[in-house]
Write a protein that binds this ligand. Structure first.
Ligand code: ACM
Length: 672
């Protein structure tokens, strides 16, 4: 999967190309993810007409046919398909070819008489066709700008996850999603198929998994996560449908990695086959869950359970051709195993220390099962608990230290951190979203587009080292508790998927800034619209602004979308919320364009509606030059007020003693 060896070659070439592109500019070339080398050839445009044909090497016939279909959709033109062996000369042609080169690499040359795509392998050819499609202008004549592109991805794992356990989405939706993954040159679809709230994959040997486990009695409605709507809900994919999806994805060079989440998140399976549970303790046997969250039910470490796991994985491996099978491993509470005499007897029998060891013991056995079927195990970073199984690959979602330790121990890692890649978090200010309707509710968090774009999957200490090759790539997550409809999935996925795709594909040094990406994204947003995708409209993104004439800075980082400027944005509903307890001398500075003299300022810290997060020890200071500060008041019970000395240009709220609790600062009040 690693691209390291071929990358160094490419990097040498890229430097030169960038100089060219900087002087020519790539005004008409708005490809996302941004290709690693682009050279614009002014005046060398290629006109797509009804006379244009697609000539193809037989090895890439399927890719050529898909290209013809997509060109037809975009332009209405029906291009003639001509196999190379027919030895027909074309006046105007797109030549779709494959040579032997780097994995997933391609070149694309647009000249007036010919468009030439050459893949380093068949996948590379496919990516060349995807870049070509993004050269077709949004409107007007279908003229492709003259250019030379040389490209290959930064990472071999460019993933997108979808949870179909919490909500189920039909195969037509999955196919449109796969189409878009292809547009973004993503190559891995992580299909999260089992959950406490629904088992979604037909297993022939255990029919109750879908007869019982695919259905729940109720779900929480939007707006009240502790309420129940009383409506039966469910669905599952038949094996025939799964094969169809796997083939559809494969034709688009996307590997479907299935996830069967164990030993936790197994309530639906245990509801179907109670003997899988820890049946020597009370309440071991749930219904298919109707609430979100983490549930206590875990598989019992019985031989019959291992047999069930093996049987399920046998059917899974027959359906999916992926190298990796995801076995979950996340959020498995240890309470049931603590109470179960049987689970304790296994801990003793196997010489294990505790329940974490028991989880590790189970996962090691599952790894052996997968290896016997020729597959590799991947799991969420909790599979580290009690020790990683020997060949496991870790999917990081929590702290980066789990990735760092796994790499240090020689394991491969896919970076899918909650801090950058959880697309179930808000992408705009929460209050702005909820004002549009309850159906805009997200699980929480704040993950705007620019923060996805800023993600670098390689931990700092591994940059430029051999260890970096253990980072296989990155992936975004779509957990679907708050995605009741396909429209909402699209709303959460797009356009953040574009930012993630560029993180995964484009070399760090070839990415420019977020502004430049945003310009290309404007074109992509129209393409989304044309494809009928319900993307979030990035032009409605709320940028917090201080009132005119004020500037705000802080040494503290905000919690979510509660930015420092909220203390002077004119909206009493908003506030600054620091995401840690302030240390001594942490501060917030508010400066004014026009000096103030004799005005009273009132500063209130702490939550407006309840106790907490106030400044425990601090001073309010004033300055005439932004450098020299004079204390004008001390904070008492989280509040301070003072008359500002003549010519005050700035005030500073400064912490004077480290505190553990976070800090919230409400709208400042200036009274004349
Ligand atoms: C996870 O978010 N539970 C992997």
């Amino acid at each position: 999967m690693s691209k390291t060896s071929s990358l160094s070659k490419l990097k040498l070439a890229v430097g030169a190309a960038l100089t060219v592109s900087a002087t020519c500019g790539f005004a008409e070339i708005n490809i996302i993810p941004k290709p690693n080398q682009v050279r614009e050839l002014k005046g060398a445009d290629f006109k797509l007409t009804s006379q244009t044909g697609i000539r193809f090497d037989e090895k890439v016939e399927a890719e050529a046919k898909l290209l013809a279909k997509s060109i037809n959709k975009a332009t209405g033109l029906k291009l003639r398909l001509v196999p190379e062996k027919a030895r027909i000369r074309l006046q105007s042609e797109i030549h779709v070819d494959v040579v032997t080169g780097d994995e997933e690499s391609y070149t694309l040359a647009v000249t007036p008489s010919k468009v030439q795509i050459k893949g380093g392998d068949v996948a590379g050819t496919f990516y060349g066709t995807q870049s070509l499609l993004q050269l077709i202008p949004l409107k007007g004549q279908p003229v492709l700008p003259g250019c030379q592109i040389k490209d290959q991805p930064r990472f071999g794992w460019r993933g997108m996850h979808l949870d179909v356990g919490r909500h189920f989405f039909p195969t037509e939706n999955i196919k449109t999603f796969i189409d878009q993954l292809a547009v973004h040159k993503m190559n891995t679809f992580h299909w999260h198929l089992t959950e406490d709230q629904g088992w979604r994959i037909e297993i022939k040997k255990y029919p109750k998994l879908t007869e019982v486990g695919a259905w729940r009695k109720a779900s929480p409605p939007y707006g009240d996560r502790w309420k129940q709507d009383g409506k039966r809900y469910g669905g599952f994919y038949t094996q025939k449908e799964i094969k169809e999806i796997v083939a559809y994805a494969k034709a688009r060079h996307i590997t479907v990695v299935p996830e069967i989440d164990m030993p936790g998140h197994m309530a639906a399976a245990i509801a179907s086959y109670p003997e899988l549970g820890n049946d020597d303790i009370p309440n071991y046997n749930p219904e298919v869950k109707t609430y979100w969250g983490i549930h206590p039910y875990t598989l019992a470490p019985k031989e019959s359970t291992f047999k069930w796991i093996d049987d399920v994985l046998t059917e899974v491996c027959a359906l999916f051709d992926s190298k990796y099978i995801h076995i979950g491993g996340d959020e498995a509470p240890k309470g049931q195993w603590k109470k179960s005499k049987f689970a304790q007897s296994v801990i003793k029998r196997e010489g294990l220390h505790d329940e974490h060891d028991l989880q590790s013991y189970m996962i090691k056995r599952i790894e052996k099962m997968l290896e016997a079927k020729g597959r590799k195990l991947i799991g969420w970073d909790e599979i580290r608990e009690g020790g990683l199984s020997p060949n496991a690959t870790v999917m990081l979602w929590r702290g980066w230290n789990h990735a760092i330790k796994s790499v240090e121990e020689g394991h491969d890692v896919v970076m899918a951190p909650g801090s950058h890649t959880y697309f179930d978090h808000y992408q705009n200010k929460r209050s702005k979203e909820l004002a549009k309707g309850l159906e805009f509710e997200c699980i929480g968090g704040y993950r705007p587009l620019d923060s996805v774009y800023s993600f670098d999957p390689i931990p700092e200490q591994f940059q430029g080292t051999e260890k970096a090759k253990h980072i296989l790539g990155c992936q975004a997550q779509l957990w679907s508790e708050y995605m009741h409809t396909w429209d909402k999935v699209e709303y959460c996925a797009f356009p953040r998927i574009a930012a993630l795709a560029e993180v995964a594909w484009t070399e760090k040094e070839n990415k420019q800034d977020f502004e430049e990406f945003s310009k290309r994204l404007e074109v992509m947003a129209v393409r989304y619209k044309n494809a009928g995708i319900n993307a979030f409209d990035q032009s409605t993104f709320f940028v917090p602004k201080p009132l005119k004439g004020y500037k705000v800075s802080s040494s503290l980082k905000p919690h979510g979308d509660n930015q420092p400027m909220a203390v002077i944005d004119g909206d009493p509903q908003t506030f600054f919320w620091a995401n840690s307890g302030p240390r001594k001398d942490d501060h917030i500075i508010v400066s004014f364009d026009k000096p103030k003299s004799g005005e009273k300022v009132i500063v209130k810290t702490g939550k407006a509606s309840e106790y907490g997060d106030a400044l425990e020890n601090g001073v309010l200071e004033a300055s005439k030059n932004g450098k020299d500060w004079k204390v004008v008041a001390e904070f008492e019970k989280g509040a301070a007020e003072a008359k500002l000395p003549s010519g005050t240009k700035a005030i500073r709220i400064r912490c004077t003693k480290n505190q553990n609790s976070w800090l919230q600062v409400q709208e400042l009040d200036f009274i004349k």
